[in-house]
Design a protein around this ligand. Structure first.
Ligand SMILES: Cc1ncc(COP(=O)(O)O)c(C=O)c1O
Length: 437
């Protein structure tokens, strides 16, 4: 019997765990290292999603482990009104790498929590309360973050925050607005904001956006879109909040994805990748916004705000990314991965689209490229087959699109590991499309 089938483990899991979304993999993961996780039979599974899109340095990076060990033994958690060196050092380091005049930081734990803080600060600084997001967004599971999340989880919990609005994210593969046979995202954006202006009570505070909407199907904002969005915000006195949970710290081949567009948001929100898999998030904003919020009594006093241990982890993650030139590595490794995915697309008619940047790539599955009809069963079958062959893949299935594999391996992944993942994917596609034929 496989050790993954341990009846006591599964009996306890069934009886004592709350199920919080989707199904659990029928595996017991005992250990993780580098680009792999290992199950209870010692089987290596290549992790093409860096855990929850977070472990950019791979699992259990020795230098991160060492920081955790040292801080757990010497400086872990403090009264929230106390400061320590890792927190101030990380704030200074983020101010140095962040674009433009983003220089004041708030250190928290999760992505949702940081978005919560950013939205609160935006409301206080503008004196307004309406928040706009994309209809395919994911910003987290708590109050304001959940109110700005439209890709999932809205039903059954009562009213979202008053003044929550959504506009469609640009989606070149399935364009809604066309001019002369070409997708016209600028017309779509104009129309969307005309609708926002009609619905607004005159209290627009902020737009919150991911530069690449990951949970929304890996929708990459076309070049120029972010600048146009910033302009729309400026015209209305709204702040632009950029949620770089998944795109921050080199993943797209730049330190921050917004650098491609030369757009500096009013707040840059980091999480996931900042802690390289451990719980750390940050809001980075301008001195002017921070001063205004402070004068108006900004309150975000949490148990783990400014904790030294996670801040020291973030500082080390940033140091390793820069020292080991992982931003540049994401460009090279991403190109190799993308080339392999495009080669697969040539062979399999069910791969409708390959998109993304650096080491954050998406692959949209369809019945065939001509109809672009979604193929949810095929997506689920390929995901299962990959896991059976030793590759962990993640697929999002949203209405109005095919299933989208989100591929985001650690930035430390080797060429050989990329090729291994591509070869498993190829086998899985071959086996499942043969079955479906
Ligand atoms: C873009 C983005 N923002 C925020 C979040 C929420 O982060 P957390 O789950 O750490 O609260 C996620 C989580 O998937 C995310 O993808």
């Amino acid at each position: 019997m496989s050790n993954n089938a341990d009846p006591v483990f599964w009996d306890h899991a069934r009886r004592h765990l709350v199920r919080y979304g989707g199904r659990f993999e029928p595996l017991i993961i005992e250990r993780a290292e580098g680009s792999f996780v290992y199950d209870a039979d010692g089987r290596a599974i290549l992790d093409f999603t860096s855990g929850q899109m977070s472990a950019i340095l791979g699992h259990c990076h020795p230098e991160i482990s060492e920081v955790v060990r040292r801080h757990a033994a010497t400086l872990d958690h403090l009264f929230s009104g106390m400061l320590s060196r890792p927190v101030v050092d990380l704030a200074a380091a983020l101010a140095k790498v962040a674009p433009g005049a983003l220089e004041r930081c708030l250190m928290l734990s999760t992505g949702a929590e940081a978005n919560e803080a950013a939205i609160k600060m935006a409301k206080l600084a503008t004196g307004h309360y309406e928040v706009v997001g994309f209809a395919q967004s994911w910003h987290g599971m708590t109050g304001a973050a959940a109110s700005a999340t439209y890709s999932a989880g809205r039903r059954g919990y009562g009213p979202s925050a008053v003044g929550s609005f959504a506009i469609p994210a640009p989606y070149p593969y399935r364009p809604q607005f066309e001019r002369d046979g070409r997708y016209d995202w600028a017309a779509e954006l104009d129309y969307a904001f005309a609708l926002i202006d009609r619905q607004s009570n005159g209290s627009l505070a902020a737009f919150i956006a991911e530069p690449i909407l990951s949970s929304g199907g890996l929708l990459d904002l076309p070049f120029g879109y972010l600048a146009a969005l910033k302009q729309k915000c400026a015209e209305r006195g709204m702040l632009l909040l950029l949620d770089e949970a998944q795109t921050g710290l080199g993943r797209t081949g730049l330190m921050f994805a917004c650098e491609r567009d030369g757009v500096v948001p009013d707040m840059l929100i980091l999480s996931k990748t900042l802690g390289a898999g451990l719980p750390l998030s940050a809001v980075v904003t301008t001195a002017a916004i921070e001063e205004l919020a402070y004068e108006r009594g900004f309150l975000f006093y949490t148990t783990h705000v400014s904790d030294p241990l996670p801040a020291a982890v973030g500082l080390k993650a940033l140091e390793v990314v820069r020292r080991d030139r992982l931003v540049e590595r994401a460009v090279v490794a991403g190109a190799r991965l993308e080339k392999g995915l495009r080669a697969l697309q040539q062979r399999f008619d069910c791969i409708g689209d390959v998109r993304g940047r650096g080491l954050l790539l998406g692959l949209e599955l369809v019945k065939d490229r001509r109809s672009k009809a979604p193929a949810p069963e095929l997506g689920a079958a390929i995901t299962r087959r990959c896991m059976a062959l030793g590759l962990s893949m993640n697929i999002v299935q949203l209405p109005g699109m095919g299933g989208v594999f989100r591929i985001a391996p650690p930035l430390t992944i080797s060429d050989e590991e990329i090729d291994l993942g591509l070869s498993i994917l190829s086998d899985a596609f071959a086996a499942e499309t043969r079955k479906a034929a």
